[in-house]
Design a protein around this ligand. Sequence first.
Ligand code: FUB
Length: 312
Amino acid sequence: LIAMLVPSAAVAAPEYSTSEAGNPFVDGWYADPDTEVYNGRYWVFPTTSKGYYEQTSLDAFSSTDMVNWTKHPNVLNTANISWAKYALWAPAPVQRNGKYYLYFAANDIQNNSQLGGIGVAVADRPEGPYKDALGKPLISQFHNGAQPIDQDVFIDDDGQAYMYYGGWHHANVVKLNPDMTSLATHADGSTYKEITPENYTEGSYMFKRNGRYYLMWSEGGWTGPDYSVSYAMSDSPTGPFRKLDKVLAQDPAVARGSGHHSVVNVPGTDIWYIVYHRRPLSETDGNHRQLAYDRLYFNSDGTIRRVAMQVK
Ligand code: FUB
């Protein structure tokens, strides 16, 4: 794995945190990794996978070579979010105008009838400290059946920012204003546009390659072995999105429950990785999830090849 993922003159360091920084590439139970490259450094922001009442803080990890990782503990904590009493999860980082934004889900409006949903925190540096920008959620209600969780923020080449999100088998796309903390409307005047593809469960993710938009999402139940990732392609960031294939799934020889991923491109190359969580074969606890990544390969027509999960 290491040989594949160091495309240029990355220097191997004498120590690796986890078995030569293969999979899992960091220690500990983590899930839902979202990735960004900030100033030549790879950043991963995952859920601290502990269980609903204990997931009260988020850690981040950074690396210049995706081999040697530095842990940045407690970049965001519910103690600093007035409306977030319980779980904090599925962070989504993005940079704009010199500010670093971290979108997160907090509380569970479905099960606890409490204020919750998708919030946004902002910092001057990738490692934080991140501060709640609004003092309330950005989205706190179900719209089109979508639970306000599992967001991903994507900024298109024309500068328009979109947020893809949704649990409970429904996905929406909303436009963000340039301030990144308020919602804009679509051309038809609506705010929440449903884009739910076939078999969608949660974990939406958007990226662009060669002018084509790729919507990806997780299927199945996240506590089960068959959690997996599928994708669609479109010429527009708002779809329509038709499922093309399942590209990441359990492998009884490697791991189960592989899903809730993100995609990272090595800048200046056509090298791509899928960064995701998976459950070791020896584990059945839903929260025993670890961070892994593997190469993401494309066919000449732009379609994605199925991922071969590496043991390490
Ligand atoms: O980590 C909590 C939940 O697990 C996420 O919201 C889902 O996407 C699943 O990965």
